[in-house]
Design a protein around this ligand. Sequence first.
Ligand code: SAH
Length: 352
Amino acid sequence: MSATPLVSQVDSVQSELISPLLGASVTELTLWVQQQGQPAYRGKQLHDWIYHHGARSLADVSVFPKQWRAEVAAVPIGRSTIHHRAVAPDGTIKYLLKLSDGQTIETVGIPTDKRLTVCVSTQVGCPMACDFCATGKGGYTRNLQKHEIVDQVLTVQEDFQQRVTHVVFMGMGEPLLNTDNVLASLKCLNQDVGIGQRSLTVSTVGIRDRIRQLAQHHLQITLAVSLHAPNQALREQLIPSARPYPLEDLLNECREYVEITKRRISFEYILLAGCNDLPEHALQLAKCLRGFQSHVNLIPYNPIQEVDYKRPNRDRIQAFLNVLKQQKIAVSVRYSRGLEADAACGQLRATQ
Ligand code: SAH
């Protein structure tokens, strides 16, 4: 046996120890248990305990031998703790979760009919600084790791005691600034947690080249693009990143995405009274999306403290909707749930 220097042995043991098990596939977990001198079938057991029995520590896995459990008890599974929980009258629950480094993020569980949707965060804070969004007002701290994204789904599933059917990446952060962890968490949610790809939605404000890169993965997920304005001048006012990455370039990348993946795109459009909700804006929007395989989601603005935008009244929302329908654009209005708990779109921040 060749003599490996002791220091690197210690390093490798330590790095193994600090890497959380959540996010690992059944193959990876099998390899891991075997490295620990355990039989291969314990990998499948561990997978079940992590993804389906809510194990928070290896000490919880009662099917494992007591002595081995004690030996590996320090290996983290990678679960967060619920720091605060706010229930809205419509049943939506907003969670403030505490991560292992003490940072906090928000996650929302949204029950509707037979569905349970989780809105997950992908970053602590957000660097995009969109003018109408509460998350951006608090600045940016760091990307979430894959286990921290998957954990949010398991937490909601366990708290509701109901299977999560849909996941939307529409919480705090810009998913396409954290592509590797987002892709890894999508794979895990699909293969390990068991949620269909078509029930997974990633929402982005648009980062140059990233939509094109995402297309190369040929996923069956839904891509939602936060458009919010039908022309460059207005989009720049609302979304600072639109300056270096103009609307036209964004729409061109979206067209490529549809060609490559054969999936239609959802365009999100916040309605801000007197700002982007005039009939002429609806006409411009229809023009942008002509010949596009798409669906428009109109989101009436949810109020946040820092800015004084207003939500349009129902008549104006209906008028905007009608123009798009006349223009043969597939469109619906999405009233956010959880408004009363500050759990609606754009209202998420890392404090209670
Ligand atoms: N960064 C990603 C995902 C997070 S935001 C993105 O921009 O798409 C999820 C959705 O909520 C986006 O469409 C976002 O623009 C919208 N949103 C942000 N602030 C809002 C507010 N105050 N009212 C309604 N929707 C808002």
